[in-house]
Design a protein around this ligand. Structure first.
Ligand SMILES: C[S@@+](CC[C@H](N)C(=O)[O-])C[C@H]1O[C@@H](n2cnc3c(N)ncnc32)[C@H](O)[C@@H]1O
Length: 303
Protein backbone atom coordinates (compact mmCIF):
# COMPACT_ATOMS: atom_id res chain seq x y z
CA UNK A 1 0.00 0.00 0.00
CA UNK A 2 1.26 3.46 -0.84
CA UNK A 3 1.45 5.86 2.03
CA UNK A 4 0.41 9.13 0.39
CA UNK A 5 1.32 11.13 3.46
CA UNK A 6 4.95 10.34 2.57
CA UNK A 7 4.96 12.28 -0.73
CA UNK A 8 6.89 15.02 0.96
CA UNK A 9 9.04 17.60 -0.87
CA UNK A 10 12.81 17.37 -1.10
CA UNK A 11 15.04 19.95 0.51
CA UNK A 12 15.63 21.31 -2.97
CA UNK A 13 11.93 21.94 -3.59
CA UNK A 14 11.37 23.23 -0.09
CA UNK A 15 13.89 25.95 -0.86
CA UNK A 16 12.40 26.71 -4.31
CA UNK A 17 8.93 27.01 -2.78
CA UNK A 18 10.16 29.36 -0.09
CA UNK A 19 12.58 31.50 -2.08
CA UNK A 20 11.16 31.64 -5.61
CA UNK A 21 7.52 30.56 -5.55
CA UNK A 22 6.22 33.41 -3.46
CA UNK A 23 2.47 34.08 -3.72
CA UNK A 24 3.25 37.22 -5.65
CA UNK A 25 5.54 35.42 -8.13
CA UNK A 26 3.17 32.57 -8.96
CA UNK A 27 0.25 34.96 -9.43
CA UNK A 28 2.14 36.95 -12.06
CA UNK A 29 0.82 35.19 -15.16
CA UNK A 30 2.05 38.00 -17.42
CA UNK A 31 5.75 37.37 -16.73
CA UNK A 32 6.30 34.06 -14.98
CA UNK A 33 7.78 32.31 -18.03
CA UNK A 34 10.73 34.67 -18.22
CA UNK A 35 11.45 34.95 -14.52
CA UNK A 36 12.63 32.75 -11.67
CA UNK A 37 9.39 30.76 -11.52
CA UNK A 38 9.80 29.13 -14.91
CA UNK A 39 13.56 28.86 -14.46
CA UNK A 40 12.74 26.29 -11.81
CA UNK A 41 10.16 24.56 -14.02
CA UNK A 42 10.83 24.41 -17.74
CA UNK A 43 13.97 26.36 -18.74
CA UNK A 44 17.27 27.12 -17.02
CA UNK A 45 17.81 30.78 -16.31
CA UNK A 46 19.50 31.98 -19.51
CA UNK A 47 21.10 34.92 -17.68
CA UNK A 48 23.22 32.65 -15.51
CA UNK A 49 23.36 29.53 -17.69
CA UNK A 50 24.91 30.89 -20.86
CA UNK A 51 27.67 28.27 -20.98
CA UNK A 52 25.16 25.51 -20.39
CA UNK A 53 23.03 26.72 -23.32
CA UNK A 54 26.09 27.00 -25.55
CA UNK A 55 27.08 23.44 -24.71
CA UNK A 56 23.53 22.20 -25.28
CA UNK A 57 23.53 23.89 -28.69
CA UNK A 58 26.88 22.34 -29.63
CA UNK A 59 25.69 18.96 -28.40
CA UNK A 60 22.50 19.24 -30.42
CA UNK A 61 24.39 20.23 -33.57
CA UNK A 62 26.64 17.19 -33.09
CA UNK A 63 23.63 14.89 -33.25
CA UNK A 64 23.03 16.06 -36.85
CA UNK A 65 26.61 15.76 -38.16
CA UNK A 66 27.09 13.41 -41.08
CA UNK A 67 30.03 11.00 -41.27
CA UNK A 68 31.57 13.30 -43.87
CA UNK A 69 31.34 16.22 -41.42
CA UNK A 70 32.93 14.17 -38.63
CA UNK A 71 35.78 13.30 -40.98
CA UNK A 72 36.37 16.99 -41.82
CA UNK A 73 36.41 17.86 -38.13
CA UNK A 74 38.75 15.04 -37.20
CA UNK A 75 41.25 16.16 -39.84
CA UNK A 76 41.74 19.41 -37.91
CA UNK A 77 44.31 18.73 -35.21
CA UNK A 78 44.97 20.90 -32.17
CA UNK A 79 41.46 22.37 -31.89
CA UNK A 80 41.69 22.23 -28.08
CA UNK A 81 44.33 24.94 -27.95
CA UNK A 82 42.88 27.98 -26.16
CA UNK A 83 40.61 26.01 -23.82
CA UNK A 84 37.29 26.36 -25.71
CA UNK A 85 33.94 25.29 -24.21
CA UNK A 86 33.62 21.74 -25.54
CA UNK A 87 31.28 18.79 -25.45
CA UNK A 88 32.40 15.22 -26.01
CA UNK A 89 30.43 13.41 -28.65
CA UNK A 90 31.26 9.86 -29.74
CA UNK A 91 34.63 10.34 -28.07
CA UNK A 92 35.44 13.50 -30.04
CA UNK A 93 35.82 16.93 -28.41
CA UNK A 94 33.78 19.56 -30.24
CA UNK A 95 33.44 23.34 -29.81
CA UNK A 96 31.23 25.86 -31.59
CA UNK A 97 34.08 27.60 -33.45
CA UNK A 98 35.09 24.55 -35.44
CA UNK A 99 31.53 23.39 -35.99
CA UNK A 100 30.98 26.71 -37.71
CA UNK A 101 34.20 26.21 -39.66
CA UNK A 102 32.88 22.86 -40.92
CA UNK A 103 29.58 24.38 -42.04
CA UNK A 104 31.36 27.26 -43.80
CA UNK A 105 33.89 24.96 -45.46
CA UNK A 106 31.19 22.64 -46.76
CA UNK A 107 29.27 25.51 -48.27
CA UNK A 108 32.39 26.76 -50.06
CA UNK A 109 33.77 23.41 -51.17
CA UNK A 110 30.56 22.08 -52.67
CA UNK A 111 30.75 25.03 -55.07
CA UNK A 112 34.49 25.38 -55.66
CA UNK A 113 37.50 23.12 -55.89
CA UNK A 114 39.98 24.48 -53.37
CA UNK A 115 42.93 22.37 -54.46
CA UNK A 116 45.80 24.61 -55.61
CA UNK A 117 43.73 27.67 -54.72
CA UNK A 118 45.22 30.99 -53.60
CA UNK A 119 43.00 32.21 -50.77
CA UNK A 120 42.68 35.62 -49.14
CA UNK A 121 40.86 36.01 -45.83
CA UNK A 122 39.94 39.48 -44.58
CA UNK A 123 39.46 39.57 -40.79
CA UNK A 124 40.44 36.06 -39.73
CA UNK A 125 40.26 36.36 -35.93
CA UNK A 126 42.54 33.72 -34.42
CA UNK A 127 42.53 31.72 -37.68
CA UNK A 128 39.96 28.92 -37.21
CA UNK A 129 38.79 29.07 -40.85
CA UNK A 130 42.34 29.00 -42.16
CA UNK A 131 43.15 26.08 -39.84
CA UNK A 132 40.09 24.14 -41.04
CA UNK A 133 40.67 24.79 -44.75
CA UNK A 134 44.40 24.02 -44.73
CA UNK A 135 43.75 20.81 -42.79
CA UNK A 136 41.25 19.58 -45.38
CA UNK A 137 42.34 20.93 -48.76
CA UNK A 138 45.51 21.19 -50.83
CA UNK A 139 45.50 24.97 -50.76
CA UNK A 140 48.43 26.67 -52.53
CA UNK A 141 48.61 29.82 -50.38
CA UNK A 142 46.54 31.50 -47.68
CA UNK A 143 46.86 35.23 -47.04
CA UNK A 144 45.32 36.88 -43.99
CA UNK A 145 44.61 40.61 -43.84
CA UNK A 146 43.73 41.84 -40.39
CA UNK A 147 44.27 44.47 -37.73
CA UNK A 148 47.58 44.25 -35.84
CA UNK A 149 46.42 42.58 -32.63
CA UNK A 150 44.40 39.84 -34.29
CA UNK A 151 47.25 39.27 -36.73
CA UNK A 152 49.63 38.77 -33.82
CA UNK A 153 47.22 36.21 -32.30
CA UNK A 154 46.53 34.31 -35.54
CA UNK A 155 50.24 34.10 -36.39
CA UNK A 156 50.96 32.65 -32.97
CA UNK A 157 47.94 30.31 -32.93
CA UNK A 158 48.42 29.00 -36.47
CA UNK A 159 52.13 28.42 -35.94
CA UNK A 160 51.14 26.20 -32.99
CA UNK A 161 48.37 24.18 -34.63
CA UNK A 162 49.73 23.78 -38.18
CA UNK A 163 52.79 21.79 -39.13
CA UNK A 164 55.70 23.84 -40.59
CA UNK A 165 54.91 22.76 -44.15
CA UNK A 166 51.36 24.12 -43.94
CA UNK A 167 52.43 27.20 -41.98
CA UNK A 168 54.80 28.11 -44.85
CA UNK A 169 51.75 28.66 -47.06
CA UNK A 170 50.57 31.58 -44.92
CA UNK A 171 51.08 35.30 -45.43
CA UNK A 172 50.06 37.84 -42.80
CA UNK A 173 49.28 41.35 -44.02
CA UNK A 174 48.39 44.23 -41.72
CA UNK A 175 45.27 46.11 -42.83
CA UNK A 176 47.30 49.30 -43.23
CA UNK A 177 49.65 47.48 -45.65
CA UNK A 178 46.78 46.18 -47.74
CA UNK A 179 48.10 48.22 -50.69
CA UNK A 180 50.98 45.73 -50.94
CA UNK A 181 48.54 43.14 -52.33
CA UNK A 182 47.60 45.21 -55.32
CA UNK A 183 49.51 43.04 -57.76
CA UNK A 184 48.35 39.75 -56.27
CA UNK A 185 45.50 37.64 -57.58
CA UNK A 186 43.29 35.29 -55.52
CA UNK A 187 40.95 32.49 -56.50
CA UNK A 188 38.86 32.98 -53.37
CA UNK A 189 38.33 35.84 -50.92
CA UNK A 190 36.66 35.08 -47.59
CA UNK A 191 34.98 37.36 -45.09
CA UNK A 192 33.32 35.91 -42.02
CA UNK A 193 31.73 38.08 -39.38
CA UNK A 194 33.88 41.09 -39.95
CA UNK A 195 32.58 43.30 -42.81
CA UNK A 196 29.73 43.98 -40.36
CA UNK A 197 32.21 45.36 -37.83
CA UNK A 198 34.17 47.71 -40.07
CA UNK A 199 33.48 51.28 -41.19
CA UNK A 200 31.28 51.22 -44.30
CA UNK A 201 33.96 52.88 -46.43
CA UNK A 202 36.49 50.18 -45.44
CA UNK A 203 34.10 47.49 -46.63
CA UNK A 204 33.76 49.30 -49.98
CA UNK A 205 37.56 49.42 -50.27
CA UNK A 206 37.87 45.67 -49.66
CA UNK A 207 35.00 44.89 -52.04
CA UNK A 208 36.59 46.93 -54.81
CA UNK A 209 39.82 44.97 -54.30
CA UNK A 210 37.85 41.73 -54.54
CA UNK A 211 36.15 42.98 -57.73
CA UNK A 212 39.53 43.71 -59.36
CA UNK A 213 41.78 40.95 -58.01
CA UNK A 214 39.65 37.92 -56.99
CA UNK A 215 37.60 35.29 -58.81
CA UNK A 216 35.20 34.28 -56.03
CA UNK A 217 33.99 35.78 -52.76
CA UNK A 218 32.50 33.95 -49.78
CA UNK A 219 30.74 36.19 -47.23
CA UNK A 220 29.08 35.13 -43.99
CA UNK A 221 27.83 37.98 -41.84
CA UNK A 222 24.76 39.22 -39.95
CA UNK A 223 21.94 40.58 -42.11
CA UNK A 224 21.38 43.52 -39.74
CA UNK A 225 21.70 44.92 -36.25
CA UNK A 226 19.57 44.14 -33.23
CA UNK A 227 18.47 45.85 -30.07
CA UNK A 228 16.60 43.20 -28.12
CA UNK A 229 15.46 44.63 -24.75
CA UNK A 230 16.19 41.25 -23.17
CA UNK A 231 19.88 41.81 -23.92
CA UNK A 232 20.03 45.18 -22.22
CA UNK A 233 22.09 43.88 -19.38
CA UNK A 234 24.98 43.91 -21.86
CA UNK A 235 28.12 43.24 -19.86
CA UNK A 236 30.22 45.69 -21.86
CA UNK A 237 27.80 48.57 -21.37
CA UNK A 238 25.98 50.99 -23.66
CA UNK A 239 29.08 52.29 -25.44
CA UNK A 240 29.93 48.91 -26.99
CA UNK A 241 26.30 48.54 -28.14
CA UNK A 242 26.32 52.04 -29.66
CA UNK A 243 29.55 51.31 -31.56
CA UNK A 244 28.25 47.95 -32.82
CA UNK A 245 25.11 49.62 -34.15
CA UNK A 246 27.13 52.11 -36.21
CA UNK A 247 29.56 49.72 -37.95
CA UNK A 248 29.17 47.87 -41.22
CA UNK A 249 26.89 48.44 -44.20
CA UNK A 250 23.72 46.73 -42.96
CA UNK A 251 22.69 48.85 -40.03
CA UNK A 252 18.90 48.34 -39.97
CA UNK A 253 17.81 47.27 -36.51
CA UNK A 254 15.67 44.17 -36.99
CA UNK A 255 14.08 41.40 -34.98
CA UNK A 256 16.80 38.79 -35.43
CA UNK A 257 14.53 36.08 -34.04
CA UNK A 258 11.85 36.55 -36.69
CA UNK A 259 12.85 34.32 -39.60
CA UNK A 260 10.48 36.19 -41.94
CA UNK A 261 12.22 39.49 -41.16
CA UNK A 262 15.65 37.88 -41.59
CA UNK A 263 14.63 36.33 -44.94
CA UNK A 264 13.43 39.74 -46.15
CA UNK A 265 16.56 41.50 -44.95
CA UNK A 266 18.88 38.98 -46.64
CA UNK A 267 17.99 40.59 -49.99
CA UNK A 268 19.85 43.69 -48.78
CA UNK A 269 22.73 41.45 -47.67
CA UNK A 270 23.01 39.90 -51.13
CA UNK A 271 23.07 43.33 -52.81
CA UNK A 272 25.41 44.92 -50.27
CA UNK A 273 28.21 42.36 -50.59
CA UNK A 274 28.03 41.78 -54.35
CA UNK A 275 31.45 43.05 -55.42
CA UNK A 276 30.28 44.30 -58.83
CA UNK A 277 27.63 44.12 -61.53
CA UNK A 278 29.50 41.32 -63.23
CA UNK A 279 29.32 39.07 -60.19
CA UNK A 280 26.62 36.47 -59.77
CA UNK A 281 25.47 34.52 -56.75
CA UNK A 282 26.51 30.87 -56.99
CA UNK A 283 24.71 29.90 -53.77
CA UNK A 284 23.24 31.68 -50.77
CA UNK A 285 21.58 30.42 -47.62
CA UNK A 286 20.91 30.98 -43.96
CA UNK A 287 24.12 30.30 -42.01
CA UNK A 288 23.22 27.97 -39.17
CA UNK A 289 23.19 28.04 -36.21
CA UNK A 290 22.83 31.82 -35.74
CA UNK A 291 19.33 33.03 -36.58
CA UNK A 292 20.44 36.23 -38.33
CA UNK A 293 23.55 35.20 -40.27
CA UNK A 294 23.48 34.71 -44.00
CA UNK A 295 26.14 33.33 -46.33
CA UNK A 296 26.72 33.77 -50.03
CA UNK A 297 29.28 32.74 -52.62
CA UNK A 298 29.69 35.21 -55.49
CA UNK A 299 31.60 34.57 -58.71
CA UNK A 300 33.03 36.96 -61.22
CA UNK A 301 31.16 36.17 -64.44
CA UNK A 302 34.10 37.42 -66.48
CA UNK A 303 36.35 34.51 -65.50
C1 LIG B 1 34.32 39.03 -35.02
S1 LIG B 1 35.96 38.76 -35.58
C2 LIG B 1 35.68 37.42 -36.71
C3 LIG B 1 36.90 36.59 -36.83
C4 LIG B 1 36.78 35.34 -37.72
N1 LIG B 1 36.43 35.66 -39.09
C5 LIG B 1 35.84 34.33 -37.12
O1 LIG B 1 34.68 34.25 -37.60
O2 LIG B 1 36.23 33.61 -36.22
C6 LIG B 1 36.27 40.17 -36.65
C7 LIG B 1 37.65 40.18 -37.27
O3 LIG B 1 37.72 41.28 -38.20
C8 LIG B 1 38.94 41.97 -38.00
N2 LIG B 1 38.81 43.36 -38.50
C9 LIG B 1 38.10 44.37 -37.96
N3 LIG B 1 38.27 45.48 -38.70
C10 LIG B 1 39.10 45.17 -39.72
C11 LIG B 1 39.67 45.90 -40.81
N4 LIG B 1 39.43 47.20 -40.98
N5 LIG B 1 40.47 45.24 -41.69
C12 LIG B 1 40.74 43.91 -41.51
N6 LIG B 1 40.24 43.17 -40.49
C13 LIG B 1 39.45 43.79 -39.60
C14 LIG B 1 39.18 41.84 -36.49
O4 LIG B 1 40.53 42.13 -36.15
C15 LIG B 1 38.80 40.38 -36.30
O5 LIG B 1 39.86 39.53 -36.66
Amino acid sequence: MNDWSKTSQSGQWERINTVHFTDEAIRDLQCFKSNAVNHKLAVWDPRTNGIRYLKELVHNLCTYLSSEEWALLNNIEGRDLGNPYCVTFNGCKVCMDYLQAIFEMQFISRNLSLDAAHVLEIGAGYGRTCHALLSNHQIASYSIVDLGKALQLSRCYLSSVLNPELFKKLRFIAAEDFESLHHSRFFLAINIDSFSEMPEQTVHTYLSFVRERCDNLYVKNPVGKYSDPNFHTHCEGDESVRLALTSGMLRDVIDIYDNGVVAEQKKRFIDAYRPGKNWHVVEESWARPWSFYWQALYRNKGI
